[in-house]
Design a protein. Structure first.
Length: 395
């Protein structure tokens, strides 16, 4: 089974797709319920019921999209598509594809999953989703798909260690979406296979920049008896849910980075403080409040943040915010100093004029105009003196 994830921006107030969409069939109710229940159970176990009730992430069913099968009956013929939205505005299109049972063939699998193959299932699916994204979400996209591959071998197969040894390079080719005929160096293959996040016997879970793979021996794909729909094995879903969180957080980071760059430079300190508050809330998963609830998710999240570029994005965003904070604080301080200087000039001139008026009124008792002239002249002289002495300190 393949689950392809397409990151996209989405409105924060997204509330569903409304009616039916041309070219997309509704999902069978039994299949929809079975898949949603399965995912809900895994998310509750991995993230906690409190997190689910907060509805920071919501899964919206879109429907079933037909796919051309150019692989002689071996390829996927449809994809069950959902939109996974985050309260900060990031989202993922989630497409489930289940081809018929067949031998492990990395070249065939990679040809299905690469978006640059014009007639591949993922390329066709991406084109459909791009149209829907523009029409329903008013957004560009989607980004290049991130495939999650779940491979299951029957119980009579060799132990997983033997399977991995026999198909080591095949697994890395699927993980990298590599279509080259040139062999990998053995050190590269060994390094990737050594990053196994699976905690149970009989399986291996891998994550790389362009995809993820979960292999288990002695287990089959699930199925909903009522609809006959193929379901992902439950053992593969913790890795999928963790990757979804990582990809959503990457989209949220990219959105915040665009917001503070270029034309979106904050104009006030209050705007920046509000943006920082939104960012802290939007990046709750990245900051570890959820994703480090157990050893599996902690290790996957830590490595995923590095390999998927979240750490670099976060560091860039933090630096940009710090620079904006300094800029706005400096401008605020300059405005305050200017105001204080203006008040000093006004008050100083007023006090000097008052003293001059008192002295002049004694000398020119019968000449109010002369008293007024002395007061005005003294005020101007005092203002000029204060400006000369204090003005340079404002620059």
């Amino acid at each position: 089974m393949f689950v392809v994830l397409f990151p996209v921006p989405a409105p924060r107030d997204f509330a569903g797709f409304g009616g039916s969409i041309d070219g997309i069939d509704p999902l069978p109710p039994d299949a929809l319920r079975a898949r949603m229940d399965q995912l809900h159970d895994v998310q509750a176990a991995l993230l906690g019921q409190e997190y689910l009730e907060s509805r920071r992430i919501t899964r919206w069913p879109l429907g079933r999209i037909g796919l051309p099968d150019d692989a002689g009956g071996t390829g996927p013929t449809s994809a069950d598509v959902f939109l996974v939205t985050h309260t900060a505005g990031g989202a993922l299109w989630e497409a489930w594809m289940a081809p018929p049972d067949q031998p492990l063939d990395p070249a065939r699998f990679v040809s299905w999953l690469r978006p640059d193959q014009d007639t591949s299932p993922v390329a066709v699916l991406r084109e459909h989703i791009a149209d829907i994204t523009r029409e329903l979400l008013s957004a560009q996209g989607p980004d290049e798909g991130f495939p999650f591959t779940a491979l299951r071998l029957p119980g009579e197969a060799a132990p997983v260690e033997t399977v991995v040894a026999d198909h080591a390079e095949d697994l890395v080719r699927i993980l990298y979406l590599d279509k080259s005929r040139l062999a990998f160096k053995r050190t590269v293959v060994d390094e990737e296979l050594a990053r196994d996040f699976c905690l149970r016997d009989g399986g291996i879970s891998l994550l790389a920049t362009r995809g993820a793979l979960d292999l288990r021996v002695g287990e089959s794909l699930g199925a909903d008896p009522a609809s006959g729909t193929i379901l992902a094995p439950r053992s593969a879903l913790p890795l999928l849910v963790s990757i979804e969180l990582l990809l959503v957080e990457r989209m949220v980071l990219q959105m915040f980075l665009r917001q503070v760059a270029g034309s979106a430079v904050p104009r006030s300190l209050s705007y920046l403080l509000e943006l920082k508050s939104e960012m802290l809330d939007g990046l709750a998963e990245y900051r570890g409040t959820v994703a480090e609830s157990n050893r599996f998710s902690a290790e996957v999240t830590s490595y995923g943040e590095a390999v998927l570029g979240l750490d670099v994005l976060y560091a860039t965003l933090t630096e940009r915010l710090d620079a904006l904070t300094f800029d706005i604080t400096t401008r605020y301080q300059q405005s305050t100093n200017t105001l204080q200087f203006a008040l000093t000039v006004v008050l100083g001139s007023f006090q000097a004029a008052s003293v001059a008026a008192v002295i002049a009124s004694v000398a020119y008792r019968q000449g109010p105009l002369l008293v007024l002239a002395w007061a005005a002249g003294t005020a101007l002289a005092a203002a000029a003196t204060i400006t000369t002495l204090m003005g340079p300190h404002l620059r």
